[in-house]
Design a protein around this ligand. Structure first.
Ligand code: CTP
Ligand code: MG
Length: 225
């Protein structure tokens, strides 16, 4: 049994407003997506890595990936109009290996979080195997954090990677497809369609910044340096 990782890069980055998909912007010695993929490639015991690409970005994506790929293998999958649709596209590609049991757990990550660590992936994968699902949560210290959710009481910022047992994850997305349901993140879809799954919180990190607005690019650059 082994894991699959999905790196979601098929957005357009309208809020950053760079004129190109924000995951293709330069960061450090490469790009935002390059950093995200380098981290994914460093996670142990991974059977598949899927990068979900915005149609039209194929060439630029291949270029961003090339410097970090080494001997690694990555499946490039065309994304959809929403994050949820992009997740579903990745799960379709993994479907046979999920149904055969070769992939037992899947972690889904926003390429727009280039500073996540391999250890964070490992933590959510382990917690998902144990509990059913897992997400990084980070207690709020101020009100500037933009992604808020209530998880078992305290106000926390929810991050990615989020990981789930592969069977219930696929089943939830197949049911969401029938209903036309679109979740804002993976956990939202599981909460809707796999209520029996426990979603555990693992410690997130303030360093696991999500690039959402133009100023976040400079912050990521500084955090990296
Ligand atoms: N994403 C995706 N497919 C989409 C939309 C988003 O794969 N149709 C990915 C983005 O590439 C990003 C992550 O989901 O890594 C989180 O989405 P978000 O931060 O909203 O990125 P964008 O949708 O690109 O940005 P914006 O909403 O500002 O346009
Ligand atoms: Mg978006």
């Amino acid at each position: 049994m082994s894991a699959a990782l999905v790196v979601l890069a098929a957005g357009s980055g309208t809020r950053v407003g760079a004129g190109i998909n924000k995951v293709l912007l330069p960061l450090g010695d490469g790009t935002v997506l390059g950093h995200s993929l380098r981290t994914a490639l460093a996670v142990p015991d991974v059977r598949r890595i899927v990068v979900v690409v915005r149609p039209g970005d194929e060439e630029a994506t291949a270029e961003a990936i090339r410097p970090v790929l080494g001997t690694g293998e990555v499946l490039l999958v065309p994304g959809g109009a929403t994050r949820h649709a992009s997740e579903y596209a990745a799960l379709q590609v993994l479907r046979a290996e999920i149904e055969s049991g070769e992939i037992d757990v899947v972690a889904l990550h926003d390429a727009a979080r280039p500073l996540a660590s391999p250890e964070l992936y490992a933590a959510v994968l382990a917690a998902a195997r144990e509990h059913g699902g897992a997400l990084p949560a980070f207690p709020l210290r101020d009100l500037s954090t933009r992604e808020l959710r209530l998880v078992a009481g305290p106000l926390v910022a929810v991050q990615t990677p989020q990981a789930f047992r592969a069977g219930p994850l696929l089943a939830a997305y197949l049911r969401a497809e029938e209903d036309g349901f679109e979740g804002t993140d993976t956990a939202a879809c599981l909460e809707m369609y796999a209520g029996e799954i426990r979603i555990a919180a693992v410690p997130g990190s303030p360093l696991n910044l999500k690039i959402t607005f133009p100023e976040d690019v400079a912050v990521a650059e500084r955090l990296l340096a």
